[in-house]
Design a protein around this ligand. Structure first.
Ligand code: AMP
Length: 472
């Protein structure tokens, strides 16, 4: 990932998807293409595929969506037995082809490709150390720092170099690495970002989410464990555990917003979790209303859950334009307003004269919900009760989720009733953090909830003068 710029502060701005495959006898480039297509929701800014054929690594990457980046010819020209792929997302204007992944480098061991999802929290310090001892960098990515460190440790085997690198780097990382004849998958000791393994014939597939395994016909085997290095080559699959985690800290926001509902992450299916969040929301805030409508798609499963639990009819009151991506470059407020209208349109015939519960997954700045409430009122909706399947987002994420700077987070700056007034809703209900964690029963202590609780598993210090973050 990279350091983006927003509101004058340096802040991580990427969510990404990674994919890796070892499957001799198949078209690995094509399967990676399909795998990335399944992970497109994790990143729409750039896409890339690197393929290894035993002798060399070939790379194709560019800015754009997966089907825009690769033509059939490009894919067919990438031949080999192994591949890795990456989709990258950034909401800022700082997007650059240089930051597209996979990164492919030459080092003493040969060629090395890397695709990274997550965000390192001690990258500034590591980069300065590397620069002071002669390293050069071509991008601002923390992923390049990882490759540099691996290259520095390359007197030993690649696995040992990766292990040594894992001791140096801090923060969130799910990595796939590629050599001419080997695939390596790594998950940080806290397990912040997801990563899972599947089997495909005699080969293996690794991916950010299980939906990508399903898409390429791979059979889900298991999640990569926090702190685990999985090596896959012609001798099979090997696993090594490097750093014992102090605790697990899976990102809870993956379940709320980021991941696809058909994915199962760390044994919890995303759709099931979201449905239960709806049940929980109904138990905490049973509203007297005529209809439950979701903000599609991220609010849909929870809205269904809310309707199931309350018995209030579920309706598709907002129609989503399927051809608008998940996000949008939104340089001005005008553009943001337009973006919401382009994306979602209310169905007047369903909504007019009704008391409506509108369910969304989260409020970040309040732009979307404010616009949607106004649109519903314009359609003659009598009452709008806004229900969120997450607690208020009060803190920024430094582990790979794009949440706004704290100054822009509406819940960091306003009380509940002020937020309600600002979005124009008749009532406003956020799921409690306890209610969210209850979904996970005995596993409840294994999540990072920093954006809701302010408790950061890997400590982040933000000096007041620069606004830049660093690790203590
Ligand atoms: P906002 O309009 O800033 O309040 O953003 C809230 C909307 O953005 C909700 O509909 C969410 O589904 C969606 N959302 C939540 N988190 C993110 C994120 N990290 N990146 C992009 N969109 C998000």
């Amino acid at each position: 990932m990279t350091l983006g710029h927003q509101s004058g502060t340096d802040k991580p701005k990427d969510e990404c998807g990674v994919f890796g495959i070892y499957a001799p006898g198949t078209n690995v480039a094509r399967l990676t293409y399909y795998g990335l297509y399944a992970l497109q929701h994790r990143g729409q800014e750039s896409a890339g595929i690197a393929v290894a054929d035993g002798d060399r690594i070939q790379l194709s990457k560019a800015m754009g969506l997966v089907p825009e980046v690769f033509s059939a010819d490009t894919i067919d020209n990438l031949s080999g037995d192994l591949a890795i792929g990456h989709v990258r997302y950034s909401t800022t204007g700082s997007s650059s082809p240089l930051n597209a992944q996979p990164l492919v480098f030459r080092y003493t061991g040969g060629q090395l490709g890397l695709a990274h999802n997550g965000n390192l929290t001690n990258v500034t310090e590591l980069r300065s150390q590397l620069l002071s001892t002669g390293s050069i960098f071509q991008s601002s990515t923390d992923s390049e720092v990882v490759v540099n460190l691996i290259a520095r440790y390359s007197q030993s085997t690649l696995e040992e170099a990766v292990m040594k690198t894992m001791i140096d780097i801090k923060g969130a990382y799910s990595l796939v690495l590629l050599t001419e004849d080997k695939l390596i998958a790594v998950r940080d000791p806290y397990g912040f970002r997801p990563l899972c393994i599947g089997s495909l014939g005699n080969g293996y597939v690794v991916a950010s989410e299980s939906c990508a395994l399903d898409t390429v016909g791979a059979k889900f085997l298991r999640d990569v464990e926090p702190g685990e290095i999985v090596t896959i080559d012609s001798t099979g699959l090997k696993s090594a555990h490097v750093l014992p985690a102090k605790c697990r800290a899976h990102c809870i926001f993956e379940y709320i917003y980021v991941a696809r509902p058909d994915s199962t992450i760390d044994n919890y299916n995303v759709n099931r979790v979201r449905r239960k969040l709806g049940h929980q929301l109904a138990a905490e805030f049973p509203v007297d209303a005529d209809l439950v409508i979701p903000v599609p798609d991220s609010g849909t499963a929870s809205a269904r859950g809310y309707a199931e639990a309350t018995g209030i009819p579920f309706e598709e009151g907002l129609m989503k334009n399927r051809y608008i991506g998940r996000t949008f470059i939104q340089p001005s407020q005008d553009m943001r307003d337009l973006a919401v209208r382009l994306k979602l349109n209310p169905v007047r015939e369903v909504l007019e004269g009704k008391r409506v519960v509108m369910v969304d997954d989260s409020i970040v700045r309040g732009t979307t919900s404010g616009k949607l409430v106004a649109m519903l009122h314009d359609c003659g909706v009598k009452e709008v009760h806004m229900c969120l399947s997450s607690p208020p987002v009060i803190r920024s994420c430094y582990y790979g989720i794009d949440t706004s700077d704290e100054k822009e987070l509406i819940a960091a700056n306003m009380q509940l009733d002020e937020i309600r007034q600002s979005i124009g809703a008749d009532s406003l209900h956020y799921l409690s953090l306890e209610g969210l964690l209850d979904i996970f029963d005995d596993y409840r202590d294994n999540f990072c909830t920093a954006c809701f609780s302010g408790i950061y598993p890997v400590e982040v210090v933000k000096p007041k003068d620069t606004g830049k973050y660093s690790l203590e």
